[in-house]
Design a protein around this ligand. Sequence first.
Ligand code: PLP
Length: 489
Amino acid sequence: MSNTPREAALRAMPGETLDPQDWDEIRAQGHRMLDDMIDYIATIRERPVWRPIPDVVRAQFRQDLPREPTHLDEVYRTFTDFIAPYTTGNVHPGFMGWVHGGGTVVGMLAELLAGGLNCNLGGRDQAGIEVERQIVRWAAELFGFPPEASGVLVTGSSAANLYGVLVARRRALGEGVRERGVAGARLVAYASAAAHGCIPRAMDVAGLGRDNLRLVAVDDRYRIDVSALAALIRRDRAEGAHPFLVVGTAGSVDTGAIDDLDALAELCRAERLSFHVDGAFGALGVLAPDLKPRLQGLERADSLALDFHKWGQVQYDAGLVLVRDEALHRATFAAPAAYLGRGARGLAANSPWPVDYGLELSRGFRALKVWMTLRAYGTERLGRSIARTCALARLLEAQVRRTPELELLAPAELNIVCFRHRGPDPDRLNAEIVADLQESGIAVPSTTRLGGALAIRAAIVNHRTSERDLDAMLEAVLARGRARLEGNR
Ligand SMILES: *Cc1c(COP(=O)(O)O)cnc(C)c1O
């Protein structure tokens, strides 16, 4: 053995990359996976919406750290047998739980393409950044923001709403907040009692405290009571607090309520508060001509959080925060870093980068699936699918009203119907009915509480859901309700 440093270094270097040795084999495996997943979506109706995970399946994921390679065919078999059958079920048209989009084949293919490119969308002079900027410009146009508005794709509205709070915090406290923190400032924010739980959490994470979010009363349609809000702001000011932000809800998670956004915008202008809108699923209602007028005022928001993975049917995860004042948005997050080596030329050009508008440096190419979905379907077709989910909700609402065993618990404002089966101990009865339905695999509604009562909540978000899925869900609710009530007797 000769011992020059170069030879020693070469000996220490294993002679293989992670690329396949046989490209034809991996091509065949890849084609099979693609075919299988297209079949999976095409035949989704033939399977249960959801099924509980048997213990033997869970045990598959308690194995030792794999030190030796496993043949891809075997790895894939674990996927087909133990992963694919036991997912949430939101691809299925019978899924009506929470607010879940169904995804599309186009979105799936986009994920494959993005995986192949494997680019890092933190920044730099690459086409992916242009794709993401295109989405931000399209969003600005859709929501009536100025063309110079900024935005960044994030996981979802939990993150996007946090960003909205951080931008408003930066506006209220100036540059100093980034050096010294909130330092005793008593910033107070306002949202309706129907606001999503990620709003108080955003206050917590932003260092402002959940107690400094006032949950304002709602009217009989679950919309924020604007005069109660105005009174609270006055009272807080009188007590020496510093009101800084109102969060309007465009599509509440319980019932789909839309706050009077115009009135909130007006109040925020008069009181000089930031106005952020949580439009997680509802904001894309602007794509449906019937819904657009109800979102009037959205265009006056200082910032907007929304999800493409809900009504937009883009594959998880794909949220967006849009900010009217680009300079403020950048001033909230941008931080100099020498190792980014930014310049006017070369790959490190093309600032500002997404990293200047958020917390993440390394980021995947989420933008591709959003861009491909918008292009492949077009906003009109996506808008028709949104309108259809609302029409289905109205049908379901009418059926609930017609059925003596059932009781409607809230008006179906958008695409969400909250109702319950009548009977003694209704909270328990309805919770059991929902669990029965989920375990039966026939349909997956979820539950919520409205005015203290437990409701069966059917949110129609999936573009595949049709009348027959609603019928199957209702029939199952009635059958389980009857069985449970008879069982009790
Ligand atoms: C879904 C939802 C959120 C949270 O969004 P994620 O994408 O799940 O993080 C926030 N607000 C509302 C109204 C929602 O429907």
